[in-house]
Write a protein that binds this ligand. Sequence first.
Ligand code: AMP
Length: 589
Amino acid sequence: MEPSVCGEDDMVRWFEDVTENAGLVQTQTLRQILELNFEVEYLKKWLGDIEIKEVDACVLESLYTSLVPLASHADLEPYIQRIANGDSGPILTKQPMTTLSLSSGTTEGRQKYVPFTRHSSQTTLQIFRLAAAYRSRVYPTREGGRILEFIYSSRQFKTKGGLTAGTATTHYYASPEFKIKQEKTKSFTCSPEEVISSGDSKQSTYCHLLLGLFFSEQVEFITSAFAYSIVQSFIAFEELWKELYIDIRHGTLSKRINLPKVRKAVLGIISPNPILASKIEACCRELEVLDWFGLIPKLWPNAKYVYSIMTGSMQPYVKKLLRYAAEVPLVSAEYGSTESWIGVNVDPCLPPEDVTFAVVPTFSYFEFIPLHRQKQDYNLVTDDFIEDKPVPLSQVKVGQEYEIVLTTITGLYRYRLGDVVEVAGFHNGTPKLNFICRRKLILTVNIDKNTEKDLQIVVERGSQLLSSSKAELIDFTSHADVLTQPGHYIIYWEIKGEVEERLLGECCREMDASFVDHGYVVSRRNNSIGPLELRIVEKGTFKKILEHFLGNGSTLSQFKTPRCTSNKVLLSILNLCTIKRVYSTAYAD
Ligand code: AMP
């Protein structure tokens, strides 16, 4: 059955069915993609004039993987750029592209665009409904209930060629599928569209909290795309609760909400509720003493679970979330990317650290590059994998680590996603993946993704300013500090020569402003990542680091300065040797 028209049980049955023969479904999915797009410029370049319809599906699969090379975003970027500039010919897809998404991460220091079509929103709807079906088996919710969703659209804009661009979630919240999902799952978001798309995350958060409290009896679960948004929102709540319960009492809206559209929409929903306000006030006074332990069950007594991505770079937020949630279970959300959805959590009762994602074999054609770890380089962050030939989904092995490769209906062909996963087991014939890490990623606090190359570009920019004082950069490293709130990047510099503090401030600001990764920029703007910190270390610090590694058996020829570190010993050397700290003033206004 077509999954878009069926009910919850049918969704599960459909998934059980397609995963039973996942290998075959993959072969068919590839055939479908190629039949749809076989005349496009990119495929012609590699496949020539093969009559796709004439070729048997299995032969086509091996032909495709032997003729079309693996590609990185950098390889496809010239094609995507032409599309962005308005070339509507069949470049990557036969249907002209009208929308592009901004994926987190960058290509050589530039923002990363990826193709987005109606299919992208449809698979988003499908995976959300599928996940909801599995969740409701373990944690049934009441029909017609509310969801407290901490979700935010960012600005959509036009590319040079007139295509709409924005993040994939922004496109999704603006799509009909977002409304359809609420109707199909019979759960409705507390906040109206005006709040989700206000463009001011602080004002949106206040309204999400206010409406969440207003509908508190009806809230069935609490969610956000990434766990940090829930944590950030409740941290804000600890400061805002006195204003919030007054608004609930009088049916008013705090002056901090100054966007007319948002004010109108929210005031159209709320009404005075003095009884609820008194209850919230009493709960908050108790919670304050408990340092907000159990905030969720206390204020949302009918919430069945908290649902959000809690794996990968979200792991550090789980501890705080557990405090807020107390006995309310945490359910780790699905695995996907702007490029394609990948896997669904079919065991929602597992704690975040044990969660795996069953690959949905109809979404894209997936290949897996086996990765073998070399000897661990004393905790240095290096991409030290040896790669094997990619294998199809049907040939992956339990316990093996892989990099995921995607061929999507939206025009990406053998595209290296850059994620490292481990096969933890199987759900019928489809692998269940454990998310391990982002390959080559070194700096991340929440949704931001910066590689060693990004850091290098940024440091080069910042250190160019040193030349005006005849100083020079000797060496550098970095650390993503997620222990302080909000988390932030620290860049350590050892410099030769004297530099005034004012100039260091400029270098720091320049570096902060030079990270172009969309996730970073958005997070800096809404202060969910704090100002970049530049720490100057005393002369000889990096020599000490070298000596530390040599003392641990590393050889001089093998040694590379780690460009990012979380190694405790290294951090303690760096911090003991820090002689100056400056913070960026970028994004201050
Ligand atoms: P974006 O394209 O900006 O949405 O980022 C997608 C990336 O976020 C993926 O390639 C992963 O690295 C990461 N990601 C997405 N979902 C999960 C998840 N459930 N667990 C861990 N990491 C995830």
